[in-house]
Design a protein. Structure first.
Length: 196
């Protein structure tokens, strides 16, 4: 009853425990081995996490991990993979907003090319009045287009995503309209004229 186990019995129980650990077990079944002491479990956890010994190697491993994450994020921005997008671009609401903006021509996306043309016209002395008028027309057109986009987008979002958090969606859309289509990230996934 209180005798010491022989070497053969200890070896056999050790091999049985190894066999039990290798096999997947049913979550409802008993685990088949004794619970380890807390100190043993904690020491095994500490051993499992291999932290670098010096600061330089720790910084290098952190840099490498950050580089891998950024590469995944760049690929996601180019391809539209939802898993690796930055938090500001994730979710069905943001995807719908991107598709809504990308499906139509927006006045604000032509602001930079128009600004260059207007600046060239303002250099010529005789066309300065025309350039001022063009500045006014472009700014008014951008404001009107932004207001119309905001109103229509809010209506669509309320219909499609009732009860979901829509905070910041219209500001996200307006910032996307200011970018030229070719330079938008995540890349546009729909062509112009697509019905959503």
């Amino acid at each position: 009853m209180f005798r010491r186990r022989s070497q053969d019995e200890q070896a056999q129980s050790a091999s049985n425990s190894v066999l039990l650990e290798d096999q997947p077990r049913d979550p409802q079944a008993p685990k088949g081995r004794p619970t380890p002491k807390r100190s043993d479990a904690q020491s095994q956890r500490r051993k499992a996490v291999s932290t670098p010994k010096d600061r330089k190697s720790a910084a290098k491993s952190a840099r490498d991990a950050r580089r891998v994450d950024m590469a995944k994020q760049r690929e996601a921005l180019a391809g539209g993979d939802e898993r690796y997008l930055p938090p500001r671009d994730k979710g069905p609401v943001r995807k719908y907003v991107r598709d809504y903006v990308d499906s139509r021509y927006r006045v604000a996306e032509f602001f930079l090319p128009l600004a260059v043309v207007i600046l060239v016209l303002s250099i010529a002395g005789s066309l300065q009045d025309l350039s001022l008028l063009l500045w006014l027309v472009v700014i008014v057109a951008i404001v009107i287009d932004s207001v119309v986009t905001t109103i229509l987008l809010k209506r669509q979002l309320r219909q499609r995503f009732e009860g979901k958090d829509l905070k910041g969606a219209t500001a996200y859309a307006l910032m996307r309209t200011l970018q030229m289509r070719r330079l938008r990230l995540p890349k546009p996934q729909v062509s112009r004229g697509t019905k959503l």
